[in-house]
Design a protein around this ligand. Sequence first.
Ligand code: ADP
Ligand code: MG
Length: 567
Amino acid sequence: MKAAELQEILHRIDHKGYPAYKDTRGSYQFSGYTLSIDHVQGDPFAAPSKVSIHVSAKMAGFPEHLTNSRCRRIALEDYLLRQFGKAMDKLSFQAKGSGKSGLMSVSRPGQQVLERSACRIQQDGSVLVRLEIGFPANGRTINARELEKILFTFLPECIGKSLQYQALSQKDIEKRVNLASNQEYIRRHLEKQGLAAFVADGSLLPRESGVSGRPMKNGVTFTSPESLKVSFLLPYGGEITGMGIRKGITLIVGGGYHGKSTLLKALETGVYNHMLGDGREYVITDASAVKLRAEDGRSIQKTDISMFIQDLPNGRDTVSFSTEDASGSTSQAANVMEAMEAGSQVFLIDEDTSATNFMIRDELMQRVVQREAEPIVPFIDRVQELYEDFGISTILVAGSSGSYFHKAHCILQMDKYEPVDITEFAKKTAQEFPLKVQPMQRKGSLTFCRKPLPEKSWQGDRRLKIKTQGRDSVCMNHDVIDVRYVEQLVDHEQLSTLAYLLKYAGIYLFDGKKTLQQVVQEVFEVLEKGGMEKICQGSYLPCNFACVRKQELFACINRYRNLKIQK
Ligand code: ADP
Ligand code: MG
């Protein structure tokens, strides 16, 4: 339909009852773009209406070299989305009316550059942007004049300012897209250089505050110790040097407040690309890295934690361990095992958020409380095995216990925010404090054979209610999945994605035969081929999805308390 027809509809329904807004559903041709009204809210107080804008390739005009690889395309999409948001803020138009009248919102990316459904550059070079608009009303009476202002004056201006190559700084775009290529290059080449992570010289790791993702002003920039310096020859912009964290066991020590956790945090989010100007653009971590922590109270379903916990006092089985309320140590053990199941090759652990009894047992305690009376085999007794038998590296912040000196391949001291390689000195000193170990054999071999059973209650339920609460939890009908401590989730939109992926898996893939690993693999294959459109199964696509890794889908499924598993 032509834009003029939308105008006619608006004039016709003005001052009518709110439901008449439903007549506006459809696609309308404006000059250079199509406006689609995909979903119309039922009343002024309901969730806002969903609108998408599809700018033709000709009008958008982005040259092909900006989108010729996945990471470049995502970087450009991210940039356009930010520009679109900025244009909206600048024009700051506010329609009058009741309820959510005139409320307009579009995804607001944080410091990470994530693929999002809110902005997609299609194969043919056209640009799709999804947003929400509260259709204006006075009481429950349609105020179509205000909607007309939004759709015919405000939006065209935003589009003109932000979704056209000609209107944007071409240099700025080039910088961001090339940055993405460089980041991708480093992440791809970590393996070849035998690295688990890379932190470039000049990086700025600390944040402005505990609640802000923005870089700290005047923070101390990162400089690699000579002994750990590595370099990459980047596809754009020459050579970059920095600290290479080798595979194996790396220990980060140092006094309190010297920047240990800040470094680890940067490594945690280094599985994503950071935006230009973040300070952590060139902190790049192995894409499978998982942060592991204690998580008291989480549920566990038939996870094999026998590598760390054996012979519980109540005779509970730890090869297939279930609980509704895990302790610090059992939760951390489950987190480790589930990360292995999720294919992680790098573990990131901070003593600040670990269960002490899971991490170490000192000599005195070993002498007083006999091995037989302690079900926990601490992580320190397994860390080498994890690397030697499973190829899993560990990067560990441990400022308070020297025991790990014996096990570590590399020991870094954070000294007033400067990393110092103290491996040699620490190792030598450690010789004077030999470690008494009571080796504990692993029982049996490790197989990941948990098979989720079908979610019967979801199958017939076309109206399965999905809700997310900020960055904290996902609700499927009335079941709350708490993902607060899945620390590498960085954006609430990732939770919406998880909810829909879980729904898809629960209905189509949980069958009691496929293992959890196979299920997650298949979900990602569907996603790769058909995108979120396929996952959402025909219903209109909510505008708010951000990409997640397999590791987070595993984590989400593992925290679903109603999950039924058979082995
Ligand atoms: P630790 O884990 O060693 O106790 P943190 O990493 O928590 O220390 O850092 C302590 C404080 O120092 C934090 O407030 C953090 O923002 C700040 N900080 C960390 N790194 C830097 C840096 N490079 N420059 C300036 N301040 C920093
Ligand atoms: Mg700390």
